[in-house]
Design a protein around this ligand. Structure first.
Ligand code: ARG
Length: 458
């Protein structure tokens, strides 16, 4: 059934119907569409626009449609233009003429704006739960690895030693920020567009506050033209999803590096790796690579919607129908990636001796050797230069700073004493770093208390 045949004298061209129709993808929010319609008729009857009986009949019709879609007896086919027409047509078929009153005081413009908001709100919640699960996994790995030493890098060159707990803590912070972004978006978007009509409100005495409350919104939107043409919240959500993917992708990149033959910091579980059809020795990090790869597709959705929206005059324009497929794809992609990543991360085996050995090489304690001199009264710039000379000496002899004799140390600076060895040991280098946010165990333990508290409260 068409919702708008009256002023037309010709049938719609079949190609036009196919091009115009959105049912193949907007059927994804049938549940939200029906929920919105139930709230709408509940409000209409409270306002005396529909009788109690009409409302009950419409609600039972809508509920039966939802049930039948869910139990598989009602198939959403391609004959309707969109999910809104599909539901209305089936309602009329089931309950007769009273079904024709459903659309009183409403347009598909405010209806689709509502459906998309309800759907996005649900997606925000699901994404948040997955992020929380990932944070819980991260925290449990961190708790077990406060003493797992590894090199920290800058420019992908060994810089200073850190711990695995500290390194993973950086990702904990990122995903925590992602959750707070989702929270902000949900707060800001949580106003109900239903009742805005096509663009200019309606002449019926709708109670928009009531509809908003029925649908758990903080209140109604305040400008009917904006209500039907606002997709800011989707752009914000796609941006937050892109940032989540950026974080996952950086993490994946590290997992791929750590899993390489050169690093060997980790071993991926067999159940999260794949093999090669030709090279029998291969065990590939395909899941991490795919998550890294899918990041592009989520960025694409954000960019695409920004471009779609940029030239649209007020109010509703059909261009906006293009918000759906790419948003749905991005939402599903991110949820899939989060779930997969969590499984992969929790099954990783960390090769601690290799990580510690790597942290010992590459002069990661050079800064601490310079700090030793500073603590003995040498100005930092001079200390930097002295240790630079020592490093050069070690590179020539192919040894580490710790391998030098005290005489070798003293030949460059007499300030060095035998306690230098303890001062530049791997353990000292890490454990002495106790400023807030630093890798030392005591500093990290305080942060973990905060993280545990955060996860139990939010
Ligand atoms: N399928 C449309 C969309 O997704 C629903 C709104 C249609 N409104 C209209 N005036 N044609 O945007």
């Amino acid at each position: 059934m068409k919702l708008w045949g009256g002023r037309f004298t010709k049938e719609t061209n079949q190609l036009v119907h196919n091009f115009n129709a959105s049912i193949s993808f907007d059927q994804k929010f049938y549940k939200q569409d029906i929920r919105g319609s139930i709230a709408h008729v509940t409000m209409l009857s409270k306002q005396g626009i529909l009788t109690e009986q009409e409302k009950d009949s419409i609600i039972s019709g809508l509920t039966s449609i939802k049930d039948d879609i869910e139990n598989g007896t009602l198939i959403i086919d391609g004959t309707s233009e969109d999910i809104h027409s599909f539901v209305e047509a089936h309602l009329i078929e089931r309950i007769g003429d009273v079904g024709k009153k459903l659309h009183t005081g409403r347009s598909r413009n405010d209806q689709v704006a509502l459906d998309m908001k309800l759907y996005t709100r649900d997606e925000i919640e699901e994404t948040d739960l997955l992020l929380k699960k990932l944070l819980t996994t991260l925290l449990s790995i961190m708790e077990k690895n406060l003493d797992t030493y590894m090199p920290g890098f800058t420019h992908l060159q060994k810089a200073q030693p850190v711990t695995l707990a500290h390194h993973l803590g950086a990702y904990f912070e990122m995903f925590k920020r992602d959750r707070s972004r989702l929270f902000d978006i949900r707060q800001r978007m949580n106003t109900c567009p239903l009742g805005a009509g096509a663009l200019a409100g309606t002449t019926y005495p709708l109670d928009r506050d009531y509809t908003a409350a029925l649908l758990d919104f903080s209140g109604p939107t305040l400008n009917s033209m904006d209500s039907v043409s606002d997709r800011d919240y989707l752009i914000e959500f796609l941006s937050a999803l892109s940032t989540i993917m950026m974080h996952l992708s950086r993490f994946c990149e590290e997992i791929i590096l750590w899993n390489s033959n050169e690093y060997r910091f980790i071993e991926l579980d067999d159940s999260y790796s794949t093999g090669s059809s030709i090279m029998p020795q291969k065990k590939n990090p395909d899941i991490a690579e795919l998550i890294r790869g899918k990041t592009g597709r989520v960025y694409g959705a954000l960019n695409s919607l920004l471009v779609t929206m940029k030239g649209l005059p007020l109010a509703y324009n059909k261009d906006m129908q293009e918000d759906k497929e790419l948003s749905f794809d991005a939402m599903d992609t991110v949820k899939g990636c989060l779930a997969l990543f969590d499984g992969m991360l929790s099954s990783i085996r960390f090769c601690k001796p290799t990580m510690a050995e790597s942290a010992k090489n590459g002069f990661t304690n050079a800064t601490d050797a310079a700090d030793y001199l500073v603590n003995h009264g040498v100005p930092f710039r001079d200390a930097h230069s002295i240790v630079g000379q020592l490093v050069l000496h070690c590179i020539e002899k192919n040894i580490a700073l710790d391998d030098m004799s005290l005489e070798e140390f003293q030949s460059v600076s007499p300030v060095f004493q035998s306690d230098i060895y303890d001062a530049i040991s791997l353990k000292t280098c890490v454990e002495k770093r106790l400023t807030i946010g630093a890798p030392g165990k005591q500093a990290m333990e305080k942060i973990l208390v905060q993280y545990r508290q955060y996860l139990s409260q939010q």
